[in-house]
Design a protein around this ligand. Structure first.
Ligand code: SIN
Length: 299
């Protein structure tokens, strides 16, 4: 059983207006029981879900038999949606949905097969990174395919005092291109980016420690996938500092592993969490539909 910091402790399940929020015995996350995401969401239910998302950072809705249109409609309740730069992997007719899949059909990958294979916060390489993401399981492998989530508030809260002093006020660069060529060497099906796509993902600078715009809590905001350097530090110092922060962020005390079940919908807060796709054996099929909701410029 993990020791919970007071601010993360969800305390007790809450039941009102027909659904229940059951916190996990974990550093983050809760299951929402008794809500059908295919049905219209009342304003009261939306307000409760919004609160639960802020409190637990990750919500799991089991067995959701919903269409892409319903996923888009539900996602839009939380804000405008973002369209991924790899338009090759949009769901046909639904640019708001990125297909995350290792399936190859007629020699062509149907989705982004290696999405999330480094720890990251979605779209942190944008001026306005993602508020949150929703991933809906379409097809799951019999083995593997889990997603790991790390609580970045805890990463900040538990950072040794000396390091906190060092990083407070620092800024870092985030770049979509940071690992793109490395990933392409491992996954040659990854498309070569066009000039227009490269122009869409210019590197951006964000604070190393961000303040959650809705809760006011601080969180570390650097990741091994997209953060390339700390602004103003010599290369070796920057590398060393980032390596220390990455390692600290994902110690087991901060991490929850989601084991997917059929038709799970998982909604996480990219301002509070990082995530990692653990991967599955290549011959097993995995397919998910992802939406991302636009957030604020980090401060
Ligand atoms: C992602 O990084 O959004 C994909 C995570 C996953 O497929 O488990």
């Amino acid at each position: 059983m993990s020791t919970l910091l007071l601010a993360d402790r969800p305390i007790r399940p809450v039941t009102r207006s027909g659904f229940e929020v059951r916190p996990f015995d974990a550093p983050l996350g809760a299951e929402v029981v008794g809500l059908d995401l295919a049905a219209p969401l009342s304003n009261d239910d939306f307000a409760r879900l919004h609160r639960a998302h802020l409190d637990h950072h990750l919500l799991v809705f089991r067995d959701q038999d919903i269409t892409p249109e319903q996923q888009i409609a539900f996602s839009r309740r939380f804000g405008p949606l973002q369209v991924h730069v790899l338009h090759q992997f949009q769901l046909k007719g639904h640019p708001e949905i990125l297909v995350v899949s290792n399936i190859v059909e007629n020699g062509q990958p149907i989705g982004l097969g290696d999405a999330g294979h480094y720890w990251h916060s979605d779209l942190s390489y944008k001026e306005t990174p993602s508020l949150g993401s929703m991933l809906h399981a379409q097809e799951l492998p019999a083995e593997g395919g889990d997603t790991l989530f790390a609580n970045m508030h805890r990463a900040w809260d538990t950072l040794p005092a000396g390091l906190r002093k060092t990083v407070a006020g620092l800024k870092a660069e985030h770049s979509y291109l940071a690992k793109y060529e490395e990933l392409r060497r491992r996954s040659p099906w990854r498309p070569k980016l066009s000039d227009a796509q490269i122009a869409e993902v210019k590197p951006v600078i964000h604070p190393v420690v961000r303040t959650h715009p809705e809760t006011g809590r601080k969180a570390l905001f650097v990741s091994e996938h997209f953060t390339t350097r700390v602004v103003g530090l010599p290369d070796d110092e920057s590398r060393e500092l980032l390596a220390t922060l990455f390692a600290h962020s994902v110690v087991p005390e901060h991490v929850h592993r989601h084991r997917w079940e059929a038709r799970d919908m998982v909604f996480w807060d990219n301002r509070s969490l990082m995530h990692l796709a653990a991967g599955c054996p290549e011959h097993l099929r995995r397919r998910m539909n992802r939406t991302t909701i636009e957030g604020d410029a980090p401060f």
